[in-house]
Design a protein around this ligand. Structure first.
Ligand SMILES: [Zn+2]
Length: 609
């Protein structure tokens, strides 16, 4: 019997060679595999160590933002206009919910909502859903207390912006969006100052990817936003808004605005727009109401601009008592015809007009002659110096720039029209600044809306500095310009703006509204305005009132004059500005005393032969 071969020695030489070759190949293959695995391990564990370690940490840890508290917006005395209140936002995490329908019913009861609304939100296909944002913090507390009965429901402490003064200065203050970012007004322009810098904490997550509270570790503390103090005085703002609303009750304008400036510092003490809105209920309002028209909208100023022409003339040495023109109500000149609006006793024209009568009676023909005498380049130079043609640096961020054609293109009729306020477009704030400049002895102070900025601890971040100062006309010219404006209120078209016990300087304006295609004017559409300052002897307030498309009357004196008067009277009383003229009561009393004294005199005193 022969047994099967058991060792290589018994193999045939060819077969032995085959086995050796195969073994070598296997060894090589395994070696290569080993090298590949070892290489991969080195790659993963050494070269990619940081990457995988950070990925593992990212799964295990989470970095969560700590919201910085948004700064407040206040008036000049720190009275709040925009502040934060604590709220809560409720969210759902679908992955953690075992019975969404039952949870929806429970959470709906706490949020005072229909369960169907909650269920609809949950069935949207997304894992993370907000169920209620910026709701009452007490409701948030209730949800938190019931959290064991509400798997998958969480709350986030949040803040909500509220406007304690309601609609007061709404177009100035603006409002924020749902994420507490500035959307309009100062909220938007000063957003980077107000919002602050969010902090950050790091925490470990449990198997359900929920934060383990004990593992919280603050990486960076939040830096709260800064508080922005406006130049606005809420009392004067309220007075201005009330005066506009009262006028609107009678004349139903499409819009109106009033600006009150401190002539010495350029500070905007009030800036009121009508109609207005409540920033606490923005969703119920329309975007046109949010517009700060006093700053963002251009209009043709009409007769109120005659004071720029008159100031330029005074500064260039034209005597206020020299006769500038003989007005017959209408004058033909090269390129067209100019007219005056005539009232009693000037139905046949204003006659021989000096600068006093030009302002008192608002004579277009005299203003046209002054403009022609000055020439286009000089008039343009003064319009620019009064700040009408440059972008104002007021701090609103939405300022419109006054528009006028280059003076090289002005034909004589154009120059004449510009002299009495037609053919250029400016903003109400720019016109208020013209009158503030005259009130301030000819020195223009750039208007400002932000007074100072404070850190959250109350320390000053940016202190108050008055706006840029530029001398526009000489002190002497300004003094005479004040006299012109005072006589306009005392004995001219501005009588409606008189304030009891105060001297007042001011000018009316009644301008037709130019068609949007630039050809002519809209029939029956006017802008009524009144601008000036008080007390004329030592001006404290410059006030501009502009009323767009009033119904029933279009005269600046009738529509805007009383608004000016009401703001001036109440604001000067509030500021405790001493009276600088006898009151109506005193004048009446003196007249009665004079009459009594005369009655006691012997008759012979009155008889003359
Ligand atoms: Zn005239």
């Amino acid at each position: 019997m022969t047994s099967p071969p058991t060792s290589g020695d018994d193999m045939a030489p060819g077969h032995r060679g085959f086995v050796r070759k195969r073994t070598t190949w296997l060894f090589l293959v395994f070696s290569m595999l080993y090298v590949a695995v070892a290489g991969r391990l080195v790659y993963l564990q050494v070269l990619q160590h940081d990457y995988f370690a950070s990925r593992a940490a990212a799964i295990r840890f989470r970095e969560i933002a700590i919201s910085a508290s948004r700064g407040s917006i206040c008036d000049r005395y720190g009275r709040p206009l925009a502040v934060n209140i604590e709220t809560a936002s409720v969210f759902a995490n679908r992955r953690e919910m075992s019975d969404p329908s039952r949870t929806a019913i429970r959470v709906a009861a706490l949020l005072d909502k229909e369960p169907s609304i909650i269920e609809e939100k949950l069935s949207g296909g997304r894992n993370f859903v907000w169920l209620g944002r910026q709701i009452d913090a007490r409701i948030g507390d209730e949800v938190w207390k019931n959290r064991t009965r509400l798997p998958g429901i969480g709350i986030q402490r949040d803040t909500k912006r509220v406007y304690p003064a309601g609609s007061l200065a709404a177009q100035v203050v603006g409002f924020t969006n749902i994420d507490n970012g500035g959307a309009e007004g100062i909220e938007s322009v000063s957003n980077s100052l107000l919002s602050g810098i969010d902090g950050k904490y790091r925490a470990e997550l449990d198997s359900h990817r929920r934060v383990i509270p004990e593992t919280r570790h603050v990486i960076r503390e939040p830096e709260d936003g800064k508080d922005v103090y406006l130049t606005i005085d809420t009392t004067i703002q309220h007075i201005a808004e009330q005066a506009l609303a009262k006028m609107a009750g009678t004349y139903s304008p499409s819009s109106a605005c009033a600006v009150v400036l401190d002539p010495a510092t350029g500070e905007i003490l009030a800036l009121a727009n009508y109609p207005t809105y409540d920033p606490n209920n923005v969703r119920k309002t329309r975007p046109p109401l949010w517009r700060n028209r006093a700053v963002a909208d251009l209009y043709e100023p009409g007769s109120t601009l005659k004071m720029v022409t008159a100031s330029a003339a005074l500064n260039e040495g034209i005597s206020p008592r020299s006769i500038l023109a003989h007005c017959t109500g209408c004058e033909k000149m090269k390129g067209g015809r100019i007219r005056c609006t005539l009232h009693r006793p000037y139905l046949d024209g204003h006659g021989g007009v000096d600068m006093f009568r030009m302002i008192e009676q608002s004579c277009n023909i005299a203003a046209a002659h002054v403009a022609l005498r000055l020439g286009s380049k000089k008039l343009y130079k003064y319009e620019k110096a009064f700040g009408l043609l440059d972008r104002p640096d007021t701090g609103f961020g939405c300022e419109a720039v006054g528009y006028i054609e280059s003076p090289d293109k002005w034909r004589p009729i154009r120059l004449a029209n510009i002299g009495f306020g037609q053919g250029l477009a400016v903003t109400p704030l720019q016109m208020a600044s013209v009158y503030a400049t005259i009130a301030n002895g000819g020195v223009r102070v750039e208007p400002k809306i932000v007074r100072e900025v404070r850190n959250s601890d109350g320390s000053i971040y940016k202190a108050f500095t008055p706006g840029k100062k530029t001398r526009v006309i000489s002190e002497e010219a300004a003094r005479m310009a004040v006299k012109l404006l005072k006589s306009c209120v005392d004995s001219g078209t501005g009588k409606a703006a008189r304030i009891d016990g105060r001297t007042v300087a001011g000018k009316t304006g009644s301008a037709q509204i130019a068609k949007t295609n630039g050809r002519g004017y809209e029939p029956g559409a006017y802008i009524a305005s009144f601008m000036g300052f008080a007390p004329a002897s030592s001006p404290r307030l410059a006030i501009a009132v502009v009323v767009n498309r009033p119904k029933g009357s279009h005269w600046g004196a009738t529509v805007a004059g009383p608004v000016f008067q009401e703001i001036g009277e109440k604001a000067l009383w509030y500021l405790k500005v001493p009276s600088d003229a006898p009151s109506n009561h005193e004048i009446k009393q003196k007249r009665e005393e004079d009459l009594k004294r005369m009655a006691q005199l012997p008759l012979s005193n009155f008889l003359t032969f």
